[in-house]
Design a protein around this ligand. Structure first.
Ligand code: AMP
Length: 304
């Protein structure tokens, strides 16, 4: 049985108050698959890269036990490119450029060995491509998690609404929840979004944590107050990868396990923001992760 991740694989230009980097590996998939690989050893990736993407990175994923058979290489085309700038309030960023390039007409191929997919993460990507991945799996996975962003709400809302009907969990940030629902109150927004298809909704609130809605319950997870946030890029994707990786490890989908999965996802995301790109996610130890999770437990633990 496996956990399949499909999403963007990018080259990013990022500017934060702490520095500037060009053409570093980013995109939803690298963050998500690295995060998931700390919990589950059958992570398989579907995606497309252009000729300018550093192939060494793929070797590195393989060393992390990540199956890359589903990655297509378009040697004569440019990789997906994204450029963003953060200001002092790193909860907000401006997208300076999105170059879809190879993503524009990406037609995902699911290798036969991926048909054992039990957990599917539809990381940030064109909604029609996310839908194609669902349709091309012979059996419906036990759990489908979809992550998306305002970009797709702006240019492909109908496709997104259609794909949402097929998923179990949607993860978006607070601004996107407001955009998707037309409601300012996150409680009202969640009620509307849960009528669009997903059984569970996770609203990410950056440095203010995350909310889980579902089964007529709400869970509020804190974010770890960090002294140094270097680059928030990919925190949401890391969160999603850690979340589904943890659920794949425990194997039972219910609200209490989802609460824990949110804490594990948040712990991984807290590492991600401590360096540019995927750097910090490359060499974590289980001890470091366990100790970070304990910090989360202590943070909001109180007794009446
Ligand atoms: P996050 O900070 O979790 O929202 O993820 C940031 C990553 O998403 C960056 O590495 C970008 O390359 C990638 N990204 C930005 N825009 C898009 C898009 N429209 N579709 C897919 N991935 C994107």
């Amino acid at each position: 049985m496996s956990l399949v991740v499909i999403g963007s694989i990018a080259l990013d230009n990022i500017e934060t108050p702490f520095g500037k980097v060009e053409k570093i590996v980013g995109g939803a998939t690298p963050f998500a698959c690295l995060a998931a690989s700390y919990f589950y050893d059958q992570v398989k990736v579907i995606g497309i890269i252009g000729g300018d993407f550093p192939k060494l990175e793929l070797t590195f994923w393989e060393e992390h036990n990540i199956d890359i058979e589903g990655i297509q290489i378009a040697e004569d085309r440019k990789n997906f490119f994204w450029s963003g700038k953060y200001h002092n309030d790193m909860n907000n960023r401006d997208t300076l450029e999105t170059g879809l390039n190879v993503l524009e007409n990406f037609d995902p191929i699911i290798p036969a060995s991926y048909q054992d997919c039990e957990y599917l993460l539809l990381a940030n990507l064109t909604p029609t491509t996310q839908q194609a991945a669902i349709d091309r799996l012979t059996n419906r996975p036990k759990l489908i998690v979809l992550d998306t962003m305002n970009f797709w709400m702006d240019i492909a809302l109908d496709d997104l609404l259609s794909t949402l009907k097929s998923v179990d969990v949607l993860t978006i940030n607070d601004a996107e929840a407001r955009q998707l629902s037309g409601e300012y109150s996150l409680v009202k927004a969640a009620k509307k979004i849960l009528q669009m298809g997903p059984k569970y909704l996770i609203i990410k609130k950056g440095e203010h944590g995350a909310l889980l809605f579902g089964e007529d319950q709400i869970f509020s997870a804190p974010a770890l107050p960090l002294a140094d946030v270097f680059d928030p890029t990919g925190a949401g994707d890391t969160f999603a990868g850690g979340f589904i990786g943890y659920l794949a490890k425990v194997g039972t989908i219910n609200f209490p396990n989802m609460k824990n999965a949110i804490i594990f996802g948040s712990a991984l995301a807290s590492f991600c923001v401590e360096n540019f790109g995927t750097e910090k996610l490359k060499n974590l130890t289980q001890e470091e992760i366990a100790s970070r999770v304990q910090e989360f437990v202590q943070l909001s633990n109180f007794q009446l």
